[in-house]
Design a protein around this ligand. Structure first.
Ligand code: SAH
Length: 260
């Protein structure tokens, strides 16, 4: 046995100590025939990895930024020594890993959980499914519905291409060290919307601008776009948080009618 890894705060390390929860997270992967590979982000000492390796039907690879965790995994999981990557997930080039589709799983470092999702969104053609532990508040935001406080930019962008299911809440005392907040596990499954009927960058820009001043009605909040808002008249007396994904798409096509 290698020595246990001492938790480093700047890497968002909170090690899960409850094996039942580890099993529940691993079993939350639906494992459809859409993928045969799974990438675990931030395995730490391998509490999820252990159960991922028991699954037949997909092959698990892990990536962690922490040298001590990598050393621990190499000692304790020699059977996957060629599938243990030392690196920063956010800077990682997936093509070095595989050109096949793969699912993402992890008890994520909370300080970079939004960035993980943005990276998955950018690479959505490669990632049909994600199961992950987030701060409860972030999980609620991701699964949020219009007209709730939690509904925001990342909610809309993620829900454009994925369905989000809030699976279960996890108490802070099952981690070492315990985080300050509760956690929750969600499942993110790619939906059928492969391509938007509007330019994707403009769509993202409309969503972000709308939420930048989320208390204002869109007639004011969208002024920074510098385009004629009149064609989108029917949305201008609503707030960004009232619009669902379809309505944001309509709004974008009204504001930028020629640019498809
Ligand atoms: N899965 C383990 C550890 C979770 S803590 C468990 O449940 O116990 C989060 C893990 O993410 C740590 O191992 C940390 O080293 C790793 N990590 C933090 N930032 C990372 C990054 N940018 N890329 C990959 N791994 C990262």
């Amino acid at each position: 046995m290698a020595e246990l890894v001492r938790a480093k705060k700047h890497l968002g390390q909170h090690f899960l100590t409850d094996e039942k929860i580890a099993v529940a997270i691993v079993e939350s992967l639906k494992h459809t025939d859409k993928y045969k590979k799974v990438l675990e982000i931030g395995p730490g000492m391998g509490v999820l990895t252990k159960y991922l390796l028991q699954q037949t039907g997909y092959e698990t690879t892990v990536i962690d930024i922490d040298y001590d965790s990598i050393a621990y995994l190499k000692t304790n999981y020699p059977e996957i020594k060629d599938r243990i990557i030392e690196g920063d997930f956010l800077k990682y080039n997936f093509e070095e890993y595989t050109t096949e589709p793969f699912a993402v799983i992890g008890n994520f470092p909370y300080n970079i959980s939004s960035q993980i999702l943005f990276k998955v969104l950018e690479n959505r053609n490669a990632v049909p499914e994600l199961v992950g532990m987030f701060q409860k508040e972030v999980a609620e935001r991701l699964a949020g519905k219009p007209r709730t406080k939690a509904y925001g930019i990342l909610t809309v962008l993620l829900q454009t291409f994925y369905n989000i299911e809030y699976l279960f809440t996890v108490h802070e005392n099952v981690f070492s060290p315990p985080p300050k907040v509760k956690s929750a596990v969600i499942r993110v499954t790619r939906n059928e919307r492969v391509k938007l009927p509007v330019d994707e960058n403009l769509f993202f820009k409309v969503v972000k601008t709308g939420f930048n001043q989320r208390r204002k009605m869109l007639g004011n909040a969208l002024k920074p776009l510098g385009v004629d808002l009149v064609p989108a008249q029917r949305f201008l007396t609503q707030r960004a948080e009232e619009l669902d994904v379809e309505e944001f798409i309509q709004l974008t096509s009204l504001l930028y009618p020629t640019e498809k």
